[in-house]
Design a protein around this ligand. Structure first.
Ligand SMILES: [Zn+2]
Ligand SMILES: [Zn+2]
Length: 190
């Protein structure tokens, strides 16, 4: 391999050195662009944001109400989706078969994080009222159920009975409380 510069062709040497430098610079720029511009693709009714393999948390899923799956309120992925849409990127479809919010009548969308573990009821959020309307609707339904049929095991002589709200919901209440605390930092039990 010839490594020493050939004294007969100094001009060529100089130009090839410049090409290597330019290429190097270009690669650097391309790399920094990749870091700054995550790729956004539509995945179901969500936007999948990929920050690249070098990122500690590579994939983020942003929903249509600008919330990111990572839970960070001002996640970069949300910005990435905004840029993507501004640049004319395809919009994620609306979820089909979703009902309107029983509290305010706005559109709703699924939120798997709030699926009822014990009731098997699917979680959702309201486009306008968010999680608040889901919880409000849930509370109202629990109240209604309770008024209609308060006893899980009716009282009998020597036995006080077990009310639905005592048994059926306390576990959910606890789950809910924990979730509210995790999402908002507000501890309803404090
Ligand atoms: Zn995120
Ligand atoms: Zn609502």
């Amino acid at each position: 391999m010839k490594t020493a510069p050939s004294p007969s062709k100094p001009a060529l040497q100089e130009s090839s050195r410049r090409t290597i430098q330019t290429n190097f610079k270009r690669t650097k720029i391309r790399e920094s662009l990749l870091v700054a511009t995550p790729t956004v693709t539509v995945q179901g009714c969500l936007y999948l944001v990929d920050f690249g393999s070098g990122s500690p948390q590579r994939f983020h899923r942003v929903n249509k109400t600008k919330e990111c799956s990572c839970g960070t309120a001002f996640c970069q992925a949300i910005e990435a989706v905004r840029f993507y849409l501004q640049a004319g990127g395809a919009r994620a479809p609306d979820q089909e078969g979703m009902f309107t919010c029983p509290i305010c009548g706005s559109k709703t969308y699924r939120d798997r994080n709030w699926n009822g573990k014990y009731t098997k009821e699917l979680g959702w959020r309201c486009m306008k009222g968010g999680l608040h309307h889901f919880l409000q609707a849930k509370t109202e339904r629990i109240k209604k159920n309770f008024t209609e049929n308060p006893w899980l095991i009716p009282p009998a002589p020597g036995f006080p009975g077990i009310r639905r709200d005592e048994l059926m919901t306390w576990e959910e209440c606890e789950t809910t409380t924990r979730k509210v605390f995790r999402e908002t930092g507000y501890d309803p039990t404090a």
